[in-house]
Design a protein around this ligand. Structure first.
Ligand code: UDX
Length: 448
């Protein structure tokens, strides 16, 4: 099929590359000239394991452009994968999506064959209906809009695209069947498996194809992210209770997680969730519910718990050091999760700001994103790509992102550099027992 993808962010690029890899003729369009020029040279603007190799394999069927052109006329399917960043009030900003639709209207008018328009961007419920009526007002009748939400994770985007649990398409029969056909190799898992992209260990044989109405598909994306955020905030509150009663949240999570009704995923307690989706989508769903006169109380608590959870690490530090004035604190890990250089809504940002407000001298390290950190952290933070540097004379160290790098450090040596061997593990990721044996005072989140 002839496919056009508008927007080459995480979602757009992985979708475009995958569809070309599966044998479709794909044109990816983005207004960002630098990005398109990089892509035309075979360089990916984001780091995703397996992406660049798949892009090479699909090269003959993959085009990148900055202008809407004849490819729209020839297309069977057009994907909209532009960003919907949050406005001040939490509502999603739909400007980029509407602009993209308006840009292609004139081309659509000239088309004779049916075009399926696919919303991959995360949008409020009813957006597809609204766009549908705008298109009809322009006298265009040969298009059908479907909602096809995306559930991929950063760092695992290619595996999540090739080996998803489910594909959700909301729309009417003809358009849904067109997408079922497009995704057939994934649904049947009949494509040549790229060697460097491993399927997840525990996945069902068949990929579920869920054909639903558009509004349910639109709401499902927000619901999935809100539910996962709720699991994290819930286990974080249990961790806080564990701290009060002397229980171990890891054990509690293991026990409840072995009940399939609960599931073991997303029960790692810590300093809260960040990233480009959970904070934005929880606020957006709260906003969407509010505009319809419904106050989503549980979701408001999920958001509030997450905001508070970030600063728990500061109170733990103050418990052991009394005050932070003039004290050197070593900060390990700055990105919102391991395996990415993304700083969007990273807990490290408010934590480091608070440390500085409390008068601490902050020395920070990240295995891959130290250069990028300069843009996001206050100027007074000492950023270093040497882990030893941040530990010299440190009064305490805190771990904010659970990079494997930190688990594999030579802790005995690092401990010798510190003023006090105090470690606060904001992700419960270090080996507490061996650290204690090395003489560290170790504090996790909700651990005995
Ligand atoms: C998420 C969703 O998983 C994905 O389905 C959706 O399409 C986009 O948002 P992503 O933002 O890439 O993906 O990150 P994810 O791995 O889900 O982690 C999100 C945040 O939750 C991270 O800050 C992570 O540290 C935190 N988290 C995750 C926890 O604190 N505890 C957990 O148990 C799991």
């Amino acid at each position: 099929m002839n496919v056009v993808i508008i927007g080459t962010g995480y979602v757009g690029l992985t979708t475009g590359v995958t569809l070309a890899y599966l044998g479709n003729e794909v044109t990816c369009i983005d207004v960002d000239k630098d990005k398109i020029s990089m892509l035309n040279r075979g360089i990916t603007p984001i780091y995703e394991p397996g992406l660049e190799n798949m892009m090479k394999a699909a090269k003959a069927r993959l085009n990148f452009a900055t202008k809407y052109s004849e490819c729209i006329i020839n297309s069977d399917i057009i994907f909209f994968a532009v960003g919907t960043p949050p406005n001040e009030d939490g509502s999603p900003n739909l400007r980029y999506l509407y602009n993209a639709y308006f840009e292609i209207l004139n081309y659509l008018k000239r088309k004779e064959k049916l075009t399926v328009l696919v919303n991959k961007s995360t949008v409020p419920v009813g957006t597809a209906d609204e766009l549908d009526s705008i298109i009809k007002d322009y006298g265009i009748t040969n298009t059908q809009i479907v909602s096809n939400p995306e559930f991929l994770r950063q760092g695992r985007a290619m595996a999540d695209t090739l080996y998803p649990d489910r594909i959700v398409v909301g729309g009417n029969c003809e358009a849904v069947e067109c997408l079922r056909n497009l995704y057939k190799p994934i649904i049947e898992q009949s494509f040549t498996k790229p060697e460097d992209i491993k399927p997840p260990k525990e996945r069902a044989q068949d990929v579920l194809f869920l054909a639903v109405d558009r509004r349910s598909a639109e709401l499902a994306k927000y619901t999935a992210n809100a539910f996962l955020s709720m699991k994290i905030s819930f286990i974080n509150e249990i961790a806080n209770v564990c701290d009060k009663v002397g229980a171990d949240v890891a054990k509690v999570a293991e026990i409840i997680g072995s009940d399939p009704r609960i599931g073991k995923e997303f029960l790692n307690a810590g300093i809260g969730y960040g990233g480009s989706c959970f904070p934005k989508d929880t606020r957006a769903l709260q906003y969407i519910a509010n505009t319809k006169g419904y106050s989503f109380k549980l979701l408001s608590s999920v958001i509030e718990v997450n905001n508070d959870q970030r600063l728990i690490i500061i109170s733990k530090l103050k418990n052991v050091l009394t005050n932070l004035q003039g004290k050197k604190i070593a900060v390990m890990g700055l990105t919102f999760k391991p395996g990415t250089d993304d700083f969007r809504e990273a807990p490290s940002i408010p934590i480091v700001q608070q440390l500085i407000e409390e008068g601490a001298e902050v020395w920070a390290h990240d295995p891959i994103a130290i250069e990028k950190a300069q843009k996001f952290l206050p100027k007074t933070v000492m950023l270093s790509d040497s882990i030893e540097n941040i530990f010299i004379n440190a009064e305490a160290a805190i771990l904010l992102t659970e990079w494997r790098f930190y688990r594999e450090l030579s802790w005995n040596e690092l401990g010798k550099l510190m003023k006090n061997k105090i470690l606060i593990d904001g992700r419960n990721s270090l080996d507490s027992r061996s650290l204690k044996q090395l003489g560290f005072e170790y504090w996790g989140i909700g651990r005995k």
